[in-house]
Design a protein around this ligand. Structure first.
Ligand code: HEM
Length: 433
């Protein structure tokens, strides 16, 4: 445990895995909130990522049914439809023998999946990267960093800039999504399709009904449905596309593991028929070795480089008094790369996630989705997208390095992004007899 000054405020950094467990689980009630670096404007202050205390608890329990097994199973149809489009695009690239930058392509696929699972919209970012949904969504993900820095170091000036139309997150983009959600809800209600599409919009409409029938918890979600839908973009876009692209890239550089994944797919998905059949929710359960490869990619390249919590009531941790309001930082990337926890941490070794190896390790040595009641609510949706997309691609294609491939990956200093891109080529796998 040590002190650190970040963004002009003191914080405590935890390295001890038992103490991290105390903060995330045992003493969760003293560490419910996340740190606020910037004051967000509505509806961004209403997303699960940034809510506080009891308000967060109510919204979390209202939104949780979106990610239940039953709903995910139905939602997987949207994922499968988008995976089919991805398959078409990959087929064309393979036929033209094109080099592919994985992060760009996987981000486009992920955007299409978000639009359908979160907003009930069919957009085609794979074919048309300049569609309005994608262009506006990128404004959230790549916000105005100058205004952000002003907000961190001089919040009053940031409020003044907002009055003149300069905000951290583009107000045009915010307006676009508020309107998009309102009109999608209206179309859904009028078409009589409510309850049949199995996406987040359906859940909002259900919540509205419960509101009129007096459902207290869901009411909080309706009050902020724009905020909750935006979470699909803010939390589900870069995360999934980072893991998808790094997993494929690592498999391209480690053909022995790629072959092992493909053998598993050939064996466990043989009932699916031809290799252009897209696997669904049930088919991707039990793809153990593929899961090991995804886990190892997330260990080496976790989209969330650190977690944070704020002490919400004074507490004593390992003899140190933590005052109310003190932020606590958990350095995920440093823990995932600690040679005392992971032998040769820079090597891709999926066998680290065999059941016995997992059993013998501290549970908190690995935390790509965080831990405890405030962990990632979209974990199972994210894993479903990853498994369906990877199973489709690796069943049909071999992913191989190309001239532009740079390995080991040189990461950007600010985020999980390969400075030289993640370049590969595809080869059509030999047709199985
Ligand atoms: C591979 C994919 C993903 C990764 C690696 C990931 C990772 C994370 C991490 C590290 C956190 C912070 C957890 C903590 O503080 O303990 C988080 C929170 C969150 N994630 Fe994910 N995420 C992924 C996909 C998604 C998806 C697809 C969605 C939703 C559509 C989503 C929605 C959220 C939300 C709403 C939170 C905040 C939860 C809360 O504060 O209650 N995530 N995610």
């Amino acid at each position: 445990m040590y002190g650190w000054i970040g963004f002009k405020k003191p914080a405590i950094v935890l390295q001890d895995l038992d103490l991290i467990k105390d903060v995330c689980v045992k003493h969760f009630n003293s560490f419910v909130d996340r740190r606020v670096i910037l004051n967000f404007e509505p509806p961004f202050d209403q997303t699960l990522l940034s809510l506080f205390g009891d308000h967060w608890k109510r919204v979390r329990s209202a939104v949780s049914p979106t990610f239940s097994s039953g709903r995910l199973k139905k939602m997987s149809r949207h994922v499968e439809r988008n995976v089919r489009s991805l398959q078409r695009v990959l087929g064309q690239k393979q036929e033209r023998n094109e080099e592919i930058e994985l992060k760009d392509l996987m981000s486009r696929f992920t955007m299409d999946t978000i639009a359908s699972t979160g907003f009930g919209l069919d957009i085609d970012t794979l074919g048309d990267p300049e569609n309005a949904f994608c262009v506006h969504a990128k404004k959230f993900i790549n916000p105005n960093m100058i205004v952000a820095l002003v907000g961190i170091f001089c919040p009053p000036l940031c409020r003044l800039l907002a009055k003149f139309g300069f905000s951290f997150i583009s107000s045009k983009a915010t307006y676009f999504f508020e309107k998009a959600i309102d009109s999608a809800l209206e179309v859904r209600r009028e078409s009589g399709d409510a309850g049949k599409m199995h996406d987040f919009l359906d859940l909002m409409i259900e919540a509205e009904k419960e509101q009129t029938e007096g459902g207290e918890e869901r009411r909080h979600m309706v009050d902020s449905h724009a905020g909750q839908a935006l979470v699909f973009i803010l939390a589900g876009y870069d995360t999934v596309s980072i893991v998808l692209s790094f997993t494929l890239f690592l498999l391209a550089k480690h053909p022995q593991y790629q072959k092992q994944v493909q053998e598993e797919l050939d064996q466990k998905l043989c009932d699916l028929g031809p290799d252009d059949a897209v696997p669904g929710y049930d088919s991707v359960q039990g793809l153990n070795f593929l899961e090991q490869c995804i886990s190892e990619a997330m260990r080496m390249f976790p989209p969330g480089l650190f977690l944070d919590r704020v002490c919400t009531e004074e507490i004593n941790l390992a003899g140190v008094k933590i005052p109310k309001g003190m932020p606590v930082i958990i350095p995920v990337y440093a823990i995932h790369m600690d040679p005392e926890l992971w032998e040769q941490p820079h090597e891709f070794r999926p066998e680290r996630f065999e059941p016995e190896a997992k059993e013998s390790r501290h549970q908190f040595a690995y935390m790509p989705f965080g831990h405890g009641p405030r962990n990632c609510i979209g974990m199972r949706l994210g894993q479903l997208e990853l498994k369906i997309a990877l199973a489709m691609m690796l069943r049909r294609f071999d992913v191989v390095p190309c001239e532009k491939t740079v390995y080991p990956v040189k990461l950007s200093k600010m985020q999980v992004m390969a400075n030289d891109g993640l370049w590969v080529k595809l080869e059509r796998r030999a047709v199985k007899s």
